[in-house]
Design a protein around this ligand. Structure first.
Ligand SMILES: [Zn+2]
Length: 242
């Protein structure tokens, strides 16, 4: 069986994609699309839990979300770099999985790895489409059609281009996040989620409810695209204005 996917999420650390776009991944899997995840590091620098524990947790979370394939690039946690070597390695993984749509971290972030992962992911997606770029690397050239930047928890003055309604899969998202017990049980913050004193799981629910409210739905996940979205029939547009 090949490793091709329709939708691929790339992020720095195990648990990043569950936090920012787990609902969107579960929803796509439920709809019958093949979904993949590439974690760039093994999370060995995390304060809690070791890499082996996090590997087992990540595998459980992937099963929970209905993800077909989860790969790990084993780059250095907290030392992520956008270099010739890391680009070539990620180009190989993009060519192996041949996604049509890729979800990347937002280019601005609290953790340096998140910012680097965004740029590295974008560059690798472009370079993977150049036939003469490392032609021996993991199969034929492939350039993903669309890049989505996950905007969850960001406070930058960037309006989401769209919000995915994750109301029907919100409990699945939470179940996937709860797979990371070594990281999150009793935690008050994670990744780009700043502490407010509340339980982390409650914080994620509140944030998801906020994004849902932007599209008048219970729960949502926000995304940004650099390009403008096309509309064919304005009568089909959702989200009430007034
Ligand atoms: Zn992270």
């Amino acid at each position: 069986m090949n490793e091709y996917v329709d939708l691929l999420a790339i992020a720095a650390h195990r648990d990043d994609v569950e936090l920012t776009c787990g609902g969107t991944l579960a929803k796509a899997a439920n709809a019958g699309h093949r979904v993949g995840i590439i974690d760039l590091t093994q999370g060995e620098m995390g304060t809690r839990g070791d890499a082996a524990t996090r590997a087992a947790e990540a595998a459980r979370a992937a099963r929970t979300l209905g993800v077909t394939i989860r790969l790990n690039a084993a780059m250095r946690d907290a030392h992520l770099e956008n270099t010739e070597a890391s680009r070539t390695q990620l180009v190989e993984l993009v060519r192996r999985t041949k996604p049509r749509v890729v979800i990347l971290p937002f280019p601005v972030g609290r953790h340096p790895d998140h910012r680097v992962a965004s740029e590295l992911g974008r560059d690798a997606c472009y370079l993977a489409g150049l036939a003469k770029y490392e032609p021996g690397t993991g199969g034929e050239a492939h350039r993903p059609f669309k890049l989505l930047f996950a905007l969850a928890y960001r406070e930058d003055p960037v309006k989401p281009t769209f919000v995915v309604d994750i109301s029907d899969v919100f409990e699945t998202k939470m179940q996937a996040i709860r797979c990371y017990g070594s990281q999150f049980d009793g935690a008050k913050a994670a990744g780009e989620v700043f502490p407010t004193g509340q339980d982390l799981y409650e914080l994620i629910r509140l944030q998801s409810a906020h994004y849902g409210s932007l599209i008048r739905r219970p729960y949502g996940e926000p995304f940004y695209t650099a390009e403008t979205q096309q509309v064919d029939d304005v009568l089909q547009l959702g989200v009430q204005s007034i």
